[in-house]
Design a binder for this molecule. Structure first.
Ligand SMILES: Cc1cc2nc3c(=O)[nH]c(=O)nc-3n(C[C@H](O)[C@H](O)[C@H](O)COP(=O)(O)OP(=O)(O)OC[C@H]3O[C@@H](n4cnc5c(N)ncnc54)[C@H](O)[C@@H]3O)c2cc1C
Length: 433
């Protein structure tokens, strides 16, 4: 295990020389889906792992998200249409994408860089990268299930994308066709509103068209991440909760990680702190900003709510059955500081958008109101790999898709750390790009 010593000053430095032998110990910072999946895979390689988490497992975005494992929809966030949304969001707080008007040079830099990625040509390049990753995303879940993670993933057969009109559906179908052209494997079929209501009687009469999407899965994210934490512990990994990391130092022969409970040492460190990534990795040459794309969710009683994963695509509202008699309703992309509390207007905006299209939901019986921050990069690709220090790694910035891609990126990064050879899939995700 990494050794605890007296506390010391946290500074970053980079060294050109890599570890001379495969690392025997690792400190993983952050116990969300991404950090825990990395820890789990590192244990598979026999690396001693300590996960350091400032609160508890699933304290961040990995709790209240929509839980879709949908390789068909795991697409780059920057897209030509995002610009249209972006402009609308500047004038309408009810828009599903909201940029609060305030002077923020950091956000301005992020938006400028994001905008540069919103061209059709960039989209094709980025989508091709996602296509390669998506091919293995569900396999990575199967490996977790086969090897002791008790919480199941469930087939969404089919999941439904519901629209008011055939014209709205056509825009989504076009995007899916473009994704196919970029290498995605997607099985879907258009259906009319009546057929959609047969499948999902809670859809209102306002739904005039839908897509059945096949081969996707979903999960209860909070339960899954807790089960993953249990599996890490069962494999001999340690999880230090209520322990905040303030800095990492490259010692040449290993790393020193400064925490609120003193200093820890190990051969390598992996930073997997989601939307809190920037501060810890910037000293190690990572310049790609990670911006909080805050999303909101709450749960409603299952009775009267969709029985299968259902996406009101134009409204950008997702419904996911959680089991336990509840259905999660999630949506909104608010580019605002990560630590801001819940803004009740965002919840009302989700309800206002979804209420006319879903019948039977008891909106007043909602619980578990939550805000969480998607860790968004300007090009929509996660940051996975070594930093300027060969002993400090990053796994983060998965944006809208850290649940779908967390187990895969955890496995790829653990392979890279343990073998010293980076899998080809990680090349476009290099943290120093
Ligand atoms: C509304 C909503 C819906 C979503 N739906 C989906 C979906 O359907 N499918 C999908 O694939 N993705 C979805 N996402 C995205 C997904 O939730 C994220 O991409 C993913 O959870 C990121 O995981 P993570 O482990 O990188 O970050 P997090 O889960 O945020 O974990 C980071 C952890 O690091 C800890 N931490 C931070 N700083 C420190 C520090 N200094 N020291 C110690 N610990 C620290 C935090 O407490 C936290 O526990 C959704 C997100 C939102 C908001």
């Amino acid at each position: 295990m990494p050794s605890a010593t007296g506390s010391s000053r946290a500074t970053g430095s980079s060294r050109a020389t890599g570890p001379s032998r495969p690392p025997r110990s690792a400190i993983v910072i952050g116990a969300g889906m991404v950090g825990l999946a990395t820890a789990w895979s590192l244990r598979n390689h026999g690396v001693e792992v300590t996960v350091v988490e400032r609160r508890h497992p699933a304290a961040g975005a990995s709790w209240g998200n929509a839980g879709w494992l949908s390789p068909a929809l795991t697409l780059p966030l920057p897209e030509p249409a995002a610009l249209r949304y972006g402009l609308r969001s500047l004038v309408s707080p009810e828009s599903p994408v909201y940029v609060p008007p305030r002077p923020d040079p950091r956000l301005a830099r992020f938006l400028l860089s994001f905008t540069r990625n919103c061209t059709p040509r960039r989209w094709r390049v980025l989508a091709a990268t996602f296509a390669t990753l998506n091919r293995h995303a569900l396999e990575a879940y199967d490996a977790l299930a086969a090897d002791g993670v008790a919480e199941p993933t469930r087939p969404a057969e089919p999941c439904l994308l519901a629209f008011r009109t055939a014209a709205e559906r056509a825009a989504m179908a076009e995007e899916l066709e473009q994704a196919r052209a970029a290498g995605f494997s997607i099985a879907y079929e258009p259906i009319d509103g009546d057929r959609a209501r047969e499948l999902e009687p809670t859809l209102g009469d306002g739904i005039g068209a839908a897509l059945e999407l096949h081969g996707q899965r979903y999960l209860n994210p909070g339960n899954f991440v807790r089960a993953l934490a249990d599996a890490v512990r069962e494999r001999g990994g340690e999880i230090l909760e209520r322990t905040e990391v303030s800095g990492i130092r490259d010692l040449g022969q290993g790393v020193a990680v400064t925490t609120s409970r003193g200093q820890l040492r190990a051969d390598v460190a992996v930073v997997a702190t989601g939307a809190w990534l920037d501060g810890l990795v910037r000293p190690f040459g990572v310049r790609v900003p990670v911006q909080a794309g805050r999303g909101y969710s709450f749960s409603v009683p299952a009775e009267g709510a969709p029985t299968r994963p259902t996406y009101l695509a134009a409204q950008k509202v997702v419904c996911t059955p959680l089991g336990e008699g509840r259905v999660r309703v999630a949506g909104m992309m608010e580019l605002a500081p990560v630590e801001r509390p819940v803004d009740p207007r965002r919840i009302q905006a989700i309800i206002a958008a979804a209420r006319p299209l879903l019948r039977g939901i008891d909106w007043e019986a909602r619980k578990d109101t939550w805000v969480g921050a998607r860790p968004c990069t300007p090009d929509g690709l996660p940051l996975v790999g070594a930093t300027a220090s060969p002993r400090v790694y990053v796994n983060g910035g998965h944006g809208m898709w850290g649940v779908a891609l967390g187990p895969l990126s955890g496995r790829l990064l653990a392979d890279a750390i343990a073998t010293g050879t980076s899998p080809a899939e990680l090349a476009p995700l290099h943290p120093l790009r």
